[in-house]
Design a binder for this molecule. Sequence first.
Ligand code: NOJ
Ligand code: CA
Length: 708
Amino acid sequence: MCHVSNTLSRLVLVALCGVSLLVACVAPVPDDGIHISSPDGKIQVTFMLNDGVPYYAVSRSGQDVIKPSRLGFVFKEAEPLNQNLAIVESRLDSFDETWTQPWGEVKEIRNHYNELEIDLEETTGAPRKMTLVFRVYNDGLGFRYELPAQDNLSDFEIMDEETEFALSGSHKAWWIPAYRDNRYEYLYTESPVSFFSIKGFSGVHTPLTMETADGLFLSIHEANLTDYASMTLVGSDDNTLLCDLVPWSDGVKVKASTPHQTPWRTIQIAENAGDLITSYLILNLNEPNKLEDVSWVKPGKYVGIWWGMHIGKYTWNLSDKHGATTENTKRYIDFAAKYGFPGVLVEGWNVGWHGEWTEHGYQFSFTTPYDDFDIEELSAYAAAKGVALIGHHETGAAVMNYEQQLEDAFAFYRDLGINTVKTGYVGWGQGIKRRDDAGNLVGLEWHHGQYMVRHYRKVVETAARYHIMLDVHEPIKDTGIRRTYPNMMTREGARGQEYNAWGGEGNPPEHTTILPFTRNLAGPFDFTPGIFDLFFEKYRPHGRVNTTLAKQLALYVVIYSPLHMAADLPENYEGHPAFQFILDVPVDWQDTKVLHAEIGDYVTIARQDRNSEDWYIGSITDENERTLETPLTFLEAGQKYVAEIYADGADADWESDPLSIDIYEAVVDSDTVLTLRLAPGGGQAIRIHPATGDEVNHIPRIDESANE
Ligand code: NOJ
Ligand code: CA
């Protein structure tokens, strides 16, 4: 037995192979609670009971980050588990390992934390037990509830998880609203968090990123969302945010039995916004790879029959403009083979797209191609050229129809050699029909409640059994499960490029300068960059993409995804010198560094290719022009490199002259400070590779590499 002291430093932690042995410590609890610090000592988390009511608090370098905040549950047919509690035992532990991502934004990730586990038990009635686990890292913390198997709590229904986040002020926040028709697909609003307390406001999704008056950056999210409802946040008095779980149609939030544990509630804390991007806390709080051999999981770029539907050149359904015909798909396969893209996505290939498919998702067959799409012939044609089709399962949010076909659907693709599937769940608001075994409608579910969390996971696990990688649109938000299931490659879950195709307001220039600090903190995003024909007047005269051309290139680096699309029509790439950057840019990285970071203004990210010595830089701005000084200190000292620069032209402007681009080379080294000039709504993309000494202008290389 050892006394729990105020600082971890007084504990004896025995390190063994980088992992310490558990040191069991039993209270007496100090009056001011049990404390645990991050390995560097800066972040301190305190757990306390106030008259039997559990609270936690977080400070950093002595400043409040989270003031005392309540913890607990309200159940449907049982007393709440949030009071009359006593500490039975608490344990401190410490962990330090470095693990390798099979693919990712960095290769090696250090998972280094101090852990506090507190076993609680009720002091009245038929006592129930609950364990709280806190893991404190240098870049933030996670905590979760565990409800162990016990006599007095077996099956349970959670009506409310009472986790609070009592902020130290009305921080500036970047948020998207929860409980809306378009799921996560909203423009971010910047406002003080006090806005969330306005009557009738439905709350926000996570990750919720905030900047404090003291200049700290915080992001609240969750990790390892498994068999539970997703957490949204609502405001209350005093800048306290409350966990609000997305309910089932019957109002219950979570249906489970003990033993059960919640996802980790996470708070990332950084001194500058860029450090949020290079925080891997969410991944660290997920379980290691369960799939063992993942040699079949391969990041890659793809093209596809997709943008054409969104701008109106093609249709998904059968028509004289049907996109997914055998002939047209061969054209895309030829293009992919010519330029070395491993994947060709084809949407609209299967029966079910006729009529209002968003309303009639039950019509979809995932094993019946349309008559004008010879999938056997096309798979063989692609394979002969070293390309694979990327499959597509649009469900129209008819989840039960999809689940009934799930095994057949994946077996069908596997047998054709298709190793990547994009799924989709277009359906509005609380509109997912749940039926009983007799087919009667039981309820309408949200995309983000426990029912769908279970469904999305079932699809990941099923796909894994068939050795298929996934790209999920209209997904559940990412909470890092790609660590456990590395076939869960990328997903949507925000407003992507498609919003620029439909002729509406599109995504304003600022949107992509917010995404890296919000949506992308959760994980990879299939944004589908690379539109060159920014006006597509031939197909939709009133549409346009609200960026410069150089910014489209920069997005390949700024927005991380292991599957990135060259989204435009092949004919818009042929002969264009800027296409070289899309051909060169990798999707699997050794390292990532954030060079500039102002949320909603501009961001510059440098990433090192995992398979070469090359570095890539992507820099983007909002509607304002910028000049950003960019030291290349990350390059190896003493080595000369060639920078292939794709910059906004002198007159470039997203509104008036977005296509103006300058492409040129410069010799650089680790002492070089590049001056990046970004046009209004613009960007810059740079490939940096070791110099061989005999460089002439190598940028127009496309014809050299193309094998026609
Ligand atoms: C919405 C997806 O985001 C988009 O990529 C897809 O083309 C359509 N649904 C049709 O499935
Ligand atoms: Ca979508």
